[in-house]
Design a protein around this ligand. Sequence first.
Ligand SMILES: Cc1cc2nc3c(=O)[nH]c(=O)nc-3n(C[C@H](O)[C@H](O)[C@H](O)COP(=O)(O)OP(=O)(O)OC[C@H]3O[C@@H](n4cnc5c(N)ncnc54)[C@H](O)[C@@H]3O)c2cc1C
Length: 279
Amino acid sequence: MKPAPFAYVRAASIEDAVAALAASDGLAKVIAGGQSLVPMLNFRLVDVPLFVDINGIEGLSGVEETPGGGLRIGALTRHFELEASPLVRDRYPVLHEAMKHVAHLAIRNRGTIGGSLSHADPAAELPAMSVLLDANIAATGPTSKRSIAAQDFFEAPLTTVLAPDEIVTAVELPPLPAGAGWGFEEFSQRRGDFAVAGVAAVVEQDVARIAVFGVHDTPLRAVGAEQAFASGGVDSAVDALRSEIEPSDDLHGSADYRRHLAGVLCKRALEVASKRARA
Ligand SMILES: Cc1cc2nc3c(=O)[nH]c(=O)nc-3n(C[C@H](O)[C@H](O)[C@H](O)COP(=O)(O)OP(=O)(O)OC[C@H]3O[C@@H](n4cnc5c(N)ncnc54)[C@H](O)[C@@H]3O)c2cc1C
């Protein structure tokens, strides 16, 4: 199907882009990799009168070290750049692993981290990674800039706290504790499909971070499961996780199936992460 007619501007700066969004009464949309927006447009699931293309803006792409030992990832950084980055592989191996599960190579060559977070698909890997890794998301609007903790960013399926005239410019990851182990487990029906369920964990001694995707209406930091892990170990965390998530039914599986699956994946992720931490 062809999209409905639309206008297009290629922004030369963040200021230009934000001004174009602000002038549109909330109707215009940023286009980055186009890997979510264009299919939705072609299926006429969205009707966008104006696209503001941010691909020509200098300085929005790339992975760089921050003074504190973390990473700053530009919003236009492609999924494949993250997957191939030695900095990501060495400092956040869990993110390196997650990137291999994002769609297919052709999509990873175009899709961007800013687009994935802003699109906020609850089954996507990068939103879950952002809550797991305590990311801060930098956003610029017409009058101000702000930094939003990933845990406060996602409101509902495909909905974030971003205002219609705000643009994500970068994602900042604080360093992981030295010696932390990690685990990443995803079940999808075919390689490259969105997750039916996914769990990622970072473990340092008896402290775990656990994030889930595909089993709740947003990516979720499973705080109850994290507390249960500290007091009762892996099996307690699994039980807590299953009561903490609210999966939905769809063509790919019932809510009960997803709840069960999330527990299985959580157990595997925590066991692998604990083993890596001990090693
Ligand atoms: C067949 C297929 C399979 C896929 N499988 C997966 C998968 O398994 N896992 C997964 O995570 N993803 C998957 N995706 C989605 C892919 O990762 C997209 O690249 C990603 O969701 C959106 O990134 P984008 O840069 O293409 O954003 P776009 O499509 O350009 O934009 C998406 C949304 O984000 C907004 N936006 C984009 N950039 C910004 C910004 N900087 N600031 C504010 N708003 C912005 C846009 O206005 C739009 O609303 C798949 C896509 C396809 C087509």
